[in-house]
Write a new protein. Sequence first.
Length: 578
Amino acid sequence: MLSNQAIAQVFADIADALEVIGENRFRLAAYRRASDTLAAQTTSLASLREQGLLTSLPNIGEASAAIIGELLDHGHSALADQLLEKVPPGLLQILRVPEIGPKTAARLFRDEGIQDLEALFAAAQDGRLAKIKGFGAKSAAKVLSALEAMQNQVLRLRLVDALPVARALSTTLAELTSISAVQVVGSTRRYQSSVGDLNFVVATLDQAAAYAAIAELPQVAQATPSDNGLRLLLHNGMNAWIVAVAPEHWGSALVYWTGSTSHVAGLNQLAQTQNWQLEPLNFPDFADEAAVYAALGLEWIAPELREGWGEIELAQAQQLPKLLEQSAIISDLHWHTTWSDGSASLREMALAGIAKGYRYMAVADHSAYLGVTGGLDGERLLAQRAEIDALNLQLAAEGHALRLLQSCEVDILPDGSLALPDEVLATLDLVVASPHVALRQPRDESTARMLRAIKHPLVTIIGHPTGRILNGRAGADYDMDQIIAAAAATGTVLEVNAGPERLDLDAPNVRAALAAGCNISINTDAHATAGFNNLFYGVVTARRGGAGDQQVINTWEIEAVLALRQQKLQKLGLSSES
């Protein structure tokens, strides 16, 4: 019987095939939404069908439920079979290449007979692709680079995909009578931007009963005993690993299995002087984590910091940073509206910010350079400013304390100049400059480009500095020491983009930036009101870098943020009239 993940993939393939043959976009979008819904289900679709609950799922109607039934009963679907007669399976794989869309894939198949990744790779490698209409040498080189990256890439789960499943499974585990406590551990608990398997520690007085009950959970497709626990394959395709321990070993097990390996090794060096170790087959009796650290003469270390970068030495010296709390954030300084490529109006986004408790916010719609729908030029920015001013008056009249500011996400061009002229940038309250194109420049060229943008006197924040996409692209290759030094010297703020597909800057670069004296900004880059909910992912990324309140400008009062421009001009030896 097909797994949830396999069924979700069939729906995704149907959508891709419909797109290749030019089907109605609303129809193919419905299949994509259905695929997303099915991929997120941790309970077996077969079980949901038996209970008559398939159509209660979001985006699953009678037609989709019928396809699911076909797949469960026969392993294939009539619709998918029909489409795959028109669109070879290999062509669907070509759509996974970042540089190739459905129209291009269809043309490659129709005109050139290229119908799988192997044929595409050969055409890119021997120079044929560069000669095909619509490509050229640069585009062909990008395709070849993307194909090589796909070959070498080992995909991990993004934190945003792993964490909700881990939390839901934790809740289910806690309901089992044989289990007294549950904790997510491993890289998920340390909030790494991407994780491998999901990992859990459970406390129990009866290990065998706990494992037997876990194996029967509806989320579990397969359970396999291992030396240290129980390995699970979930119906959504994710792997999980669970270790059950006695309550008296709870603290030791949490520290050990949370990791990281280097952090635990550092703790064991200290423990060795007291003739004990943290090791699975002989855990010492510590009922909670704080007791483990206290026995080693350390204050408790937050899981986000346990990466072996010097946190144990800081704890010994009682110099661990007091980490940022999400409740300290009072602003979001990079988000989008229907003025460019967002799906909500200024007012809708402002009201969503008010609901989050923000005191001020800065809209940062795209500049016109990228060809983003509605990208803003000077004239449209003036029109948007008028709407902002009117909305601020309206919100005040309604009793809201929020103040809207105007920024713009301005493209950093390949040579480091900006997509809008200085006279336009000067009219804005803040400027977010971001790299979106030419991310594969050589390191020297890429670094020089970013340095020029950082030193621009009107740039307040560098948005998602590397431009990386998790499981998508690596981002620009910089000499980060130079980038961070320049940001510190000029007072330019570096963004931690909370978009869960970005989390850029990453934690090691946040740590380096803070050590150099940089300020950072944590922004959601939201394109809809729901996007503001992603703030959490930016906060934990900043915490992993050791961020407290003081160097995160989103915790500052509005006057301090607005003063950043003048302070930068002073650092650069310029006047506000320059």
